[in-house]
Design a binder for this molecule. Structure first.
Ligand code: MN
Length: 240
């Protein structure tokens, strides 16, 4: 029995094939999966408990279905941070904090979405602080569903435009911030997504070596991470 980590599916009504692939992936994988960690950006946008989940509902339903046997943990990303614990419970998932330290197979694993590691992107960090604020969220929820869906759509377009013009290094994690997280948490491994740059990095601090695992986004393929007593594997999967 294994633990599987995924992130950055960015499920959206405009990409129905990814939702289909996810349902197939979960169905195939579930017999051997004891834990599933979804580390953020499961959906491209989410505007509150009344979100219609247009085009992505099958993905939530399959999670609910397998949750009878697989323990599912859900962490917010920068796209889906409005998914409440109520919605998570409805679909058989437990909402976890970012960061979250867990003990798995005698390893101390720090789980993150990854956006908090990108401290060089000052404009983004300011935006993050704003939208994670309770009063901003309360104000948002006072707007009609229609208005919120429009705002989500505008933000998505704005973000896509800005990303095109940002320097490569600004969009990636800051190495010092990574080291700080290892030291502060006492973790052996950090697993995160967000940057869409799947890789297992070695991180040296003094004379110790740590591992930072970066998960892949979901397009025609992805990279998931599989952990159990024997395996420590960033695995490429084909999505068709
Ligand atoms: Mn992200």
């Amino acid at each position: 029995m294994e633990t599987v980590f995924i992130s950055d599916l960015h499920l959206d009504k405009t990409r129905p094939n990814t939702t289909k692939c996810f349902v197939k992936f979960i169905t195939d994988r579930s017999p051997t999966m004891e834990n599933l960690y979804i580390l953020g950006d499961f959906v491209e946008s989410w505007v509150g408990d009344d979100d219609p989940a247009d085009g992505v509902i099958d993905a939530f339903e399959i999670l609910k279905y397998i949750s009878k046997k697989t323990k599912i943990y859900f962490m917010h990303g920068n796209r889906d941070f409005m998914i409440s614990s109520k919605i998570c419970n409805k679909y058989g998932m437990e909402l976890i904090n970012d960061p979250q330290l867990v003990n798995l197979y005698d390893k101390r694993v720090l789980l993150m979405h990854g956006d908090t590691l990108c401290v060089d992107d000052i404009k983004y960090q300011e935006f993050r602080k704003l939208v994670r604020n309770k009063s901003w969220q309360t104000q948002m929820m006072q707007k009609s569903l229609e208005e919120r869906l429009k705002i989500a759509n505008d933000l998505r377009n704005k973000s896509a435009n800005e990303t095109t013009y940002k320097d490569e290094f600004i969009m990636d994690v800051n190495e010092n911030e990574v080291k700080k997280c290892f030291v502060k948490s006492g973790a052996d491994i950090i697993i995160h997504g967000h940057t869409h740059r799947p890789m297992v990095h070695k991180v040296k601090i003094d004379d110790r070596e740590f591992r930072r695992v970066v998960l892949g986004d979901w397009g025609s393929k992805s990279h998931i991470f599989v952990l159990d007593n024997k395996n420590f594997e960033l695995k490429e999967i084909q999505l068709k």
